[in-house]
Design a protein around this ligand. Sequence first.
Ligand code: NAP
Length: 254
Amino acid sequence: MEFAGKVVLVTGGSRGIGAATVRAILSRGGSVVIHFGSNEAAARRLAEEAGAGKCHLVSCDLGEPGATDQLWREAVSWMGRIDVLVNNAGIFLTEDQMGSDEDWRALWARTLQINLISTADLCRNAVNHWTEEGVGGAIVNVSSRAAFRGDSPDHWSYAASKGGIVSLTKTLARAYSSDGIYSYCVAPGFVPTDMAQAEFDKDPGLRERLLQEVPYGDFAPAEEIANAICFFAAGLATHATGQTLDINGASYVR
Ligand code: NAP
């Protein structure tokens, strides 16, 4: 897998799967726009690891409707183009179905805005840009096992947002593959990042219970998800456009 000469935008590149993806692309010769939300220090450390000129940092709160337009403009202005978009940033909020209507609606709106709508907005930015320039490009969207299996009883909105990403990706593949614009998903099971750790912290027995559901015997590390993202992003299997690669230790085999 080779990224020399390619410019890749990774959302949520400051931590977890996003940071592993940034490292994987850099180690294969690519240049990376690292998007971050609140964690500038972590994003800056990654850029410093990479060395001068290899990364460009852009902050954007994806919870803000429409904010991706500015993010995309800043990302493109660094090198004059983006070749690959990796929509990785996401949140995993816990619902309380018995709580107030107001809280319920606010949580659904936030989850859909950050996980799904900002992803769709950036896909639109990318597709319009590539179409105007008359060039191809690749999009890799990070979905989840939850899109296919469903999630725990208090994560309806998370599962729905990740299902939306899968159908969005299929639609883009059908619409634009003849223009050289390819779209893919990766769907991880549990991955030991801050997102997962926050759940383990709430429930000390959770890690062991979840492990029992994984025949492989361990959770996939963020680096394996990053490798799968790179496989698609590098253009090694463009006829797989529209497809999702599951990485979950056989915990949910479709
Ligand atoms: P993580 O460690 O919690 O990192 C989340 C990333 O998203 C951070 O870089 C964060 O940026 C960014 N982000 C969150 N809210 C944001 C906002 N409002 N505006 C801008 N950026 C925001 O998560 P992860 O585990 O690496 O997850 C990455 C992706 O994989 C997500 O889409 C997640 O749903 C998916 N996934 C994860 C798992 C898992 O078990 N970990 C399983 C399946 C799918 P800052 O830190 O800079 O704010």
